[in-house]
Design a protein around this ligand. Structure first.
Ligand code: FAD
Length: 387
């Protein structure tokens, strides 16, 4: 077996996963002068199973990093309103411009993830696609010192680093290899079907709620909307799985007649199906390792907040690492949890899909307060990392 030299690591940081959490962490670490390797088992530019409405904190960070102008240049339309449709009431909320940021955005993941990864590479991070993490390398004390990877041609490599970051999604291999334990879980899950439909231009996120079902219309690139319908995961088979397009047609015909023809014309590509997955918060740092994004904290998509949180936590994780301060990672996780706990609980309630309209309106008011606190946190972090 080849001897691994732990005393002179190949990189300061290895990041596993090159999507929002991993690419954003690598971007900020590389701009801070760290030697960073990012690996991803997937090829670049691949879509993923997720809608992609971004919230204010996420958009603010993308702007701060200089990524937002590229997303806009790629044809991502601005969202200036959010419309909540409760059946008995419609609430139309204007998104106020903030500085140079005109509103919210929902770039296709093919656009967002690729743009972030390219920015990380331009900042000096090395990116390798088609290479999967297989094992973590540990020293005799159990501290993680690097990784063993396998590329698509079957070649294995041992690569050492001071820190290995799992940004490898909710089924994180890094989390299982280091034994990262969950300490909070959600009780409810929702199931979602979604797809892309050619539609007239719109400047609004539309969230539509009826007893037991929620839906949304999200303007995105290429003159399309991402439209979805969600129910409690326990109802997935009966309500959605059999004929998702028929279910979507019925639902939008009843709740949003202006969208009936758009949905009836059919998606430009296959409909995507997400049967649900349980949310969790897990221990996200230890000797020589950390977890960011869904790898450390996954919640039901019911509040469309996973990417925003992944960007928020990537930003603060990079700061914590670059500070080199003792206890910085523990403080980072504590801040993540303080900012996330209420959102996690609200998401869990919304995912249950058993609310009354009045309870749902109250949950949305609470969500608004949580998002304001999150935005305030992001706004007060200094911009020193942005080059
Ligand atoms: C149906 C659905 C709808 C959603 N809608 C929204 C929304 O509207 N707005 C929002 O903000 N969020 C939404 N989310 C959540 C969002 O998708 C996630 O929070 C986000 O993708 C997390 O990003 P990440 O970088 O942590 O992980 P991921 O996007 O999961 O990326 C992980 C990467 O790690 C790589 N990887 C995994 N294992 C390995 C390995 N062993 N070796 C190498 N590479 C590996 C994968 O190839 C992948 O590229 C939704 C989620 C779902 C399921």
């Amino acid at each position: 077996m080849t001897q691994v030299n732990f005393s002179r690591p190949d990189y300061d940081v290895i990041v596993v996963g090159a999507r929002p959490a991993g690419a954003a962490t690598a971007l900020n670490l590389a701009r801070g002068g760290a030697r960073v390797l990012v690996i991803d088992r997937a090829p670049p530019g691949l879509d993923t199973l997720s809608t992609h409405a971004l919230m204010r904190a996420g958009v603010t960070l993308l702007d701060r990093w200089g990524v937002l102008p590229r997303l806009i240049a790629a044809g991502t339309p601005v969202v200036r309103r959010t419309v909540f449709d409760y059946g008995d009431q419609q609430v139309d909320v204007a998104i106020k411009p903030a500085g140079s940021v005109a509103g919210l955005y929902a770039p296709r993941r093919t656009v967002l993830d690729t743009t972030l990864a390219n920015a990380a590479a331009e900042a000096g991070a090395e990116l390798r696609y088609g290479e999967r993490l297989e094992l973590t390398l540990k020293d005799p004390s159990g501290r993680v010192r690097g990784v063993m990877t396998r590329d698509n041609a079957g070649h294995t490599r041992r690569i050492t680093a001071d820190l290995v970051i799992g940004a490898d999604g909710r089924n994180s291999t890094v989390a299982s290899l280091v034994g990262a334990e969950p300490y909070a879980t959600e009780d409810h899950m929702s199931a979602t079907v979604f797809g892309y439909f050619d539609a007239p231009a719109s400047d609004a996120y539309r969230w539509i709620y009826r007893p037991g079902t929620s839906a949304g219309i999200i303007p995105t690139n290429d003159g399309q909307v991402c439209a979805f319908v969600s129910v409690a995961a326990s109802r997935y088979r009966d309500a959605l799985a059999n004929d998702p397009h028929a279910a979507m047609r019925r639902y939008f015909a009843e709740t949003a007649p202006d969208m009936e023809a758009v949905i009836a014309a059919g998606p430009s590509d296959k409909l995507r199906r997400f049967p649900g997955a349980p949310g969790f918060m897990r221990q996200s740092f230890g000797p020589g390792w950390a977890l960011v994004g869904d790898a450390g904290y996954f919640k039901d998509p019911a509040t469309a907040h996973g990417i925003t949180d992944a960007l928020r936590d990537a930003d603060s994780l990079a700061r914590a690492i670059l500070s080199g301060a003792p206890g910085a990672l523990a403080a980072w996780q504590a801040t993540r949890d303080a900012l996330s706990r209420d959102l996690f609980a609200i998401t869990d309630r919304i995912a249950a899909h058993d609310w009354t309209p009045d309870e749902l309106k109250m949950l949305h008011q609470n969500l608004h307060a949580v998002m304001k606190a999150e935005q305030a946190h992001v706004a007060q972090t200094e911009t020193a990392l942005a080059a």
